[in-house]
Design a protein around this ligand. Structure first.
Ligand code: HEM
Length: 513
């Protein structure tokens, strides 16, 4: 047999051996803590091999799903020195992440390789402790987004403006009778709205929004399981030529431009009497007592670029999943259109209409459950040793809520792999209240002190998009290609899983076809 020891083969072999040794070393070190009554879970070499294989194939959530079936409601394992505890039920997620006895101990996140590398050693808003600085940043986020009072009107105007452009674009395409590339048209509007939220104004040219998206995709690649799990255990891998170094280099390469657009350009034209968007809110606040830490530009840059990361692909996934699912469920589309005709007639929806358009709201909740495109969430760090259900969870374990598993567990959801908005409605067709047991089992936005602060923004925006587009068009499968499957397995695998590109036909409502 002729073995060809090319540089790539040697590199791969070297990397695999080095990684296996690193993981094994940490696992042996962790054996001494075995005396504790830790929750069940995979152990030893088999755990490492399965994890390495899954991270290579970007299928850690699938592995977590299988393990949850094997090990039950709570599981624990050690991956190369990082201790993980997965909560595989909504009850345990609520208890450990938000319960009175636990939440003070489980509200921290810690910097990991991605946050340290990308956001100046953890000067962001996500991978941080729940300390005074974090709470102040969250407060400024709410002040800047201001989805209350006049803020709602401003939000409706921004989204409405972008939707006008979307409809103009769609009208042109629909009039040619050609299929519409839905993901492209909607993504464009979504990213513009985020840039407006951050800067207070539209990107000065399309390339600016694209540059931010390019940076965002680079960070997502670095944060994806296949890369970051390995870099967490073996940070030195970033210096070796190959996929890990490439991922790190891409972040550095794209960061400068994104920060120039979101921060430096705004700083140059900042006027404290005329606050345009979130960047200005942060710039102004650094003059307030208690907010001096913001005089370090890296804190503001870290928050802004991290916000784009938190908001962009999650919103994109929700909106595109909604349309892809509607294409497969014409009955659901017809029900939404009935509700639009009954409640709105020809006027565009307002955010407050969410409270009376129960069916549309139920569809959005079911999209979040059925697709669960962000399957492993929360990622909190345990502050001290914990006892959960008689099990010992050591200090510094990472707690993860495995919503990818329990959002599809038949114990909580009847026929979980079917799309059924009715599960969120009562017998009178009213949306179940947020404290209803069914709603409480849906944890797409997390729970507790670190729950997603962008939930209202995200759900309101999807609502405005869906109602406006379905008010105008019937959406139908494409003529030029088979309809892409809407099954959650058929997704582009990354940290926040995305629909594959898809087309559809848009036919103006009421026109003969
Ligand atoms: C459907 C869309 C979205 C989903 C599913 C989602 C989901 C999540 C989840 C699961 C977390 C972690 C929560 C926890 O640990 O308990 C989170 C955190 C966060 N999200 Fe969202 N998110 C979405 C949209 C947004 C948007 C639009 C924004 C901003 C405008 C945003 C900003 C944030 C921030 C800043 C955090 C970190 C909060 C903290 O650590 O204190 N998200 N999100």
């Amino acid at each position: 047999m002729n073995l060809d020891w090319s540089p790539t083969t040697s590199y791969l072999l070297y990397s695999c051996v080095a990684l296996a040794v690193t993981f094994l070393f940490h696992t042996i070190l962790s054996m001494k803590s075995r005396k504790l009554n830790q929750p069940p879970g995979p152990r030893g070499l088999s755990c490492i091999v399965q994890l390495l294989r899954a991270s290579w194939n970007e299928s850690v959530p699938e592995l977590a799903f299988t393990w949850a079936k094997t090990y039950g409601p709570i599981m624990y394992f050690n991956a190369g020195g990082t201790k993980f505890c997965y909560l595989n039920t909504p009850e345990l997620s609520r208890l450990v992440l938000a319960g009175e006895d636990y939440r003070a101990l489980t509200s921290d996140r810690v910097g990991n390789f991605v946050s340290k590398f990308t956001w100046y050693d953890g000067k962001d808003l996500f991978f941080t402790k729940f300390d005074v600085i974090q709470r102040k940043k969250r407060k400024l986020f709410h002040r800047g987004v201001a989805l209350y009072g006049d803020g709602v009107e401003k939000f409706e105007a921004i989204v409405g403006g972008e939707l006008d452009l979307v409809l103009e674009h769609l009208d042109k395409m629909a009039s040619t009778g050609q299929d519409v590339q839905m993901d492209q048209v909607l993504s464009e509007a979504l990213k513009n709205i985020l840039v407006i939220l951050i800067n207070g104004e539209k990107p000065s040219c399309p390339e600016d929004a694209d540059a931010i998206v390019e940076y965002d995709l680079a960070v997502n690649k670095l944060a994806s399981e296949d890369i970051h799990l390995v870099l967490m255990a073996a940070p030195w891998m970033r210096y070796l030529p190959g996929r890990y170094k490439r991922a790190c280099d891409k972040v550095i390469e794209t960061r400068e431009k994104a920060e120039r657009i979101m921060f430096s350009k705004m700083k140059e034209t900042f006027d404290p009497k005329n606050l345009r968007g979130l960047t200005d809110v942060f710039l102004k606040s650094r003059e307030e007592p208690g907010y001096e830490f913001l005089k370090d530009d890296q804190h503001i840059k870290g928050v802004l670029t991290m916000l784009f990361f938190a908001a962009h692909l999650t919103s994109r996934a929700t909106l595109l999943n909604t349309f892809l699912i509607l294409l497969h469920h014409p009955d659901v589309t017809a029900n939404i259109q009935d509700e639009i005709d009954r409640v709105l007639g020809d006027r565009p929806a307002k955010v407050e209409d969410r409270q009376i358009m129960h069916y549309t709201e139920a569809v959005i909740l079911e999209v979040l459950r059925y697709t669960t495109f962000f399957p492993l969430i929360c990622i909190r760090n345990v502050k001290t040793d914990l006892k959960v259900e008689n099990y010992d969870i050591p200090k510094d374990t990472l707690i993860i809520s495995n919503i990818g598993y329990f959002h599809r567990d038949p114990k909580y959801w009847d026929d979980p792999w079917s799309f059924k908005p009715e599960r969120f409605l009562d017998a009178k067709g009213q949306i179940l209240p947020a404290d209803h047991s069914v709603r409480k089992n849906l944890l797409s936005f997390g729970i507790g002190n670190r729950m997603c602060p962008g939930e209202v923004f995200a759900r309101s925006r999807v609502f405005l998009f869906v109602t406006r587009i379905l008010q105008r068009y019937d959406v139908m499968p494409p003529k030029s290609e088979p309809l892409v499957s809407c099954h959650p397995d058929n997704r582009v695998k990354m940290l926040v899983r995305q629909t594959p590109p898809f087309r559809c036909q848009l036919v103006p409502r009421g026109s003969p076809n």
